[in-house]
Design a binder for this molecule. Structure first.
Ligand SMILES: [Zn+2]
Length: 195
């Protein structure tokens, strides 16, 4: 059986296929031998490690994965996950929408040492049993796709971010200028000096 990954990469052809509900657990090796495709949605609310990083637990992740074996006999999971999530901007501390659209390229390994032999294009996925939580795999990929310090896209949302910062700083010195803005550590140093 053959399939094209180019279709997954190309936005124009993407439409979430209607398929059976996603299984809770998968046997990745068996599914790779069968070249199984897994498509569907999972709700973000079920992913506790992920939602601890989000401002809202609402929403779904669209999943479109194909398991298979490549020319070098490496069993793999490839495809794409997409979700709209709400994060907290680390610049103005207001919520912001963020779209995750992440390519998945996992090389299945059964021993830790095999990770070194995987081609660089694969992230290793260490399988220790034939019953692996699909949710855990997706959740790990989602966590990796979230920026460590999210902030508004200043080319589009500059006004949102700036006006909020202005609002927050009005009580003190009122300036949003990066150089003039009161440095919290300087304030702290001041307090220490007074004591
Ligand atoms: Zn912001």
């Amino acid at each position: 059986m053959h399939f094209s990954f180019d279709r997954l990469r190309d936005n124009r052809y993407y439409s979430p296929p209607m398929m059976d509900p996603l299984p809770q657990y998968i046997d990745p090796i068996r599914l790779a031998i069968k070249f199984k495709r897994l498509s569907g949605q999972m709700s973000l609310g079920e992913m506790e490690r992920l939602t601890s990083l989000l401002a809202s637990t609402q929403g779904q992740v669209d999943i479109d994965l194909e398991l298979g074996i490549d020319r070098s006999k490496i069993r793999n999971i490839r495809g794409r996950i997409r979700a709209n999530v709400t994060l907290v901007c680390q610049r103005c501390l207001q919520t912001m929408d963020y779209m995750i659209d992440s390519k998945v390229m996992l090389g299945i390994i059964i021993e830790r040492e095999q990770a070194d032999q995987l081609p660089a294009k694969y992230e290793p996925l260490l399988i220790e049993s034939d019953k692996v939580s699909l949710k855990d795999i997706i959740e790990d990929e989602m966590i990796l796709a979230i920026p460590s310090t999210p902030h508004h896209d200043l080319s589009n949302d500059k006004e949102v971010c700036e006006s909020t910062i202005k609002y927050f700083h009005n009580d003190s010195k009122g300036s949003v200028d990066g150089n003039k803005r009161e440095n919290p550590f300087a304030v702290l140093a001041d307090l220490k000096r007074k004591n």
